[in-house]
Design a protein. Sequence first.
Length: 197
Amino acid sequence: MEMNIKEVSRMWIVEPGHAPHAAMRSPAKDRGIQTLATRALRVLVVDDNRDAADTSAVLLGLWGHDVRVAYSGAAALEAVAAFQPDVFLLDIGMPGMNGNDLAQRFRDRFPDALLIAVTGYADTGHRALGEEAGFDLYLAKPVAPSDLETLLVLERNRLTKTRGQEQVAPISPRSVEVASLAARRVSFRRGREPSPC
């Protein structure tokens, strides 16, 4: 089963004692801001745990990304035939073709894609195997949504810069702080250190 999340929701949380900011009252397009949905990343989530995969897909969809879900390695190989992902979120411990096997195949086929291992296998030995397989990032479950969102914003900015377009979203000081925290939890390859630019 494949999910394609097209609806994007927006929710503002206003803390007691704080007035809503003017930006919250007018749509982004009225302020000349390009929303995430207009420059979405194509993300393939691969996890044999259907609840985890579907939850990730919903979250990524809410952030405006174009998401596909595969519940096995074989389904992931089928999904990429028609869907050219910018980012792969791969579980490692799947029956049959595991995440490392997929990473090796996808690295050859999609050399510029961001391959992220999202796994419970976070020890040094598994990380080394993940690096050999071609992963760019290795995130231990549970992944903080804010960390994942920041890494995806950085990747989106890297891609838009590479393609000669202006950055989609500026990185706030809080995002830089989150990226710094996330960087301590992940292994980076191929010069993709977190950078606000």
